[in-house]
Structure formats: structure tokens, C-alpha cells
Design a protein around this ligand. Structure first.
Ligand code: URA
Length: 238
């Protein structure tokens, strides 16, 4: 949450008082004077103090193993949404999935009501890498690995950034690969393979930045981000 919002919520500060607190250097984050009221903070990660008083936030962060058939839109009239899978008493009003996964894509999805973190993780400049396990209906070859490393060009001319493709198994009508990309174009993985004349038949996200799909999380299950996982997200709090 923005630092000024944290102060406002905790101390019921007026705008004028808020200005004064920052001007008078009364606001500290992790022991250092903070001058930026818009800085994103969380009391699980940061020591937030105003004139010695410790302030709290109450954001939630969940890792969901998204199942097939569920959409990542906030609301949908036809399909179940990712937020529907979070128990009602653990679901704050402004809980959103960070980024999109197609309805038939499974795997790692971060949900949080810290909108600023979600926004910052999705900025192209953040270069958050994502690894997918991809099943393809054809043999994937070393030439494909080279083409992905150079940068796939979609039908229509859009060029992707270089991506890392690792072949796990490759047979004439079935291959399994691990693909790591650092951008998030619409249907990116499916389109990258289409550009090579191949069809993705199953797609699962395994990692997003420093987060990994927990091995013990079945499809449709979720759990809170651990303190260690949150710590790994700290550099994305700006
Ligand atoms: N790329 C896709 O094509 N689909 C997803 O759901 C995610 C990445």
C-alpha cells in the first residue's frame, strides 16, 4: 500500500498533517527517513514508523494453482474466476490476479490486494521472467531452440524478445519443453509456437519472477505466500 495511505489509515491524518510529516522528516521506513509518500510498503516486509509509532498494513498475497476452465478476469458471467477460488472470508474486496493466464492454462497465479505490487510486477521494465511447461503436438528441434533464442516473429510481424527453450522430450507428435520468457504479450506462448508451425496442447506456468509453483499445491488449491517468498518480492516494492 502507498505509504501515505498507510499513514492515513493508521493515524487518520489530514492532508495538511501528512504534508508536514514528510516535510519534517518524521516518516521512516526500515530506519531511514522516507520522503516519497507514494512508496509501496507492507508491514510484513518493512518497518514503518511515524514519530516512533509503528504502523501496520493488512495486505494478502496468495499463490493459486490455477486449474483448467477458470478465467483470470475479475468477473465473468459464464466461467468461474480465479478470485472465486479464494474462500469468501479470505477474499478482500480488491483482490486481483497479477497478470493473465488463458482459460485453459494451468499453474502459478499470484493474487493480491496490493494493486501497486501487481502493477509493478507487470511493467515491461520489471523484466519478470516466467517459465512454462509446454506440451506441443510436434517434434521440437534444436532449430526451434535457436529460433526462440533469436526472437520469434509472430505472423503479422511482431517480434518477441529472445526466449530460452529447453527440450525435455521430443517425439514426432509430442514434445514437452520448458520455456522462459520475460514479457507478457497476449497468448504469447501459443503464438510463439504457432509461428513455428506447432500447436500448444497443454500449458502450465511454473514460475513468475522469484515465485515458484509449490509442488504440493494441487490444481484449484491456494495458500498464502510465505514470509520467505514475500521477502523475495521485496525488490519489486517501489
Ligand atoms: N502464453 C499463452 O499463450 N497463454 C497463457 O496463458 C500464458 C502465456
Amino acid at each position: 500500500m502507498r505509504l501515505d495511505k498507510v499513514i492515513e489509515q493508521n493515524l487518520k491524518t489530514t492532508r495538511k498533517e501528512m504534508k508536514r510529516l514528510f516535510l519534517m522528516k518524521k516518516v521512516f521506513v526500515d530506519g531511514v527517513v522516507e520522503l516519497n509518500p507514494q512508496r509501496n510498503v507492507d508491514s510484513q516486509l518493512h518497518d514503518i514508523r511515524v514519530e516512533e509509532q509503528k504502523l501496520q498494513t493488512n495486505h494478502v498475497y496468495y499463490l493459486l494453482n490455477k486449474p483448467n476452465g477458470v478465467v483470470t478476469a475479475k468477473k465473468d458471467i459464464k466461467f468461474q474466476t480465479a478470485t472465486d477460488l479464494i474462500a469468501a472470508d479470505e477474499r478482500p474486496a480488491h483482490l486481483y490476479p497479477v497478470g493473465r493466464l488463458d482459460r485453459d492454462t494451468t499453474g502459478l497465479l499470484l493474487l493480491t490486494d496490493n494493486g501497486q505490487l501487481g502493477y509493478d510486477l507487470l511493467q515491461p521494465g520489471s523484466k519478470v521472467s516466467k517459465t512454462y511447461r509446454v506440451t506441443v503436438n510436434e517434434r521440437v528441434t534444436d532449430d526451434d531452440v535457436t529460433a526462440f533464442a533469436k526472437g520469434i516473429v509472430f505472423h503479422g510481424g511482431i517480434r518477441c524478445q529472445p526466449a530460452q527453450l529447453e527440450i525435455v522430450s521430443s517425439e514426432p507428435k509430442y514434445s514437452e519443453v520448458l520455456l522462459t520468457i520475460k514479457e507478457g504479450k497476449f497468448h504469447q506462448v501459443k503464438k510463439m509456437f504457432l509461428a513455428c508451425g506447432k500447436k500448444v496442447t497443454k500449458l502450465t506456468r511454473l514460475t513468475m519472477g522469484p515465485l515458484e509453483l509449490p509442488e504440493d499445491l494441487a490444481e484449484g488449491e491456494y495458500r498464502s505466500v510465505t514470509p520467505a517468498e514475500l521477502q523475495r518480492l521485496k525488490s519489486y516494492f517501489r
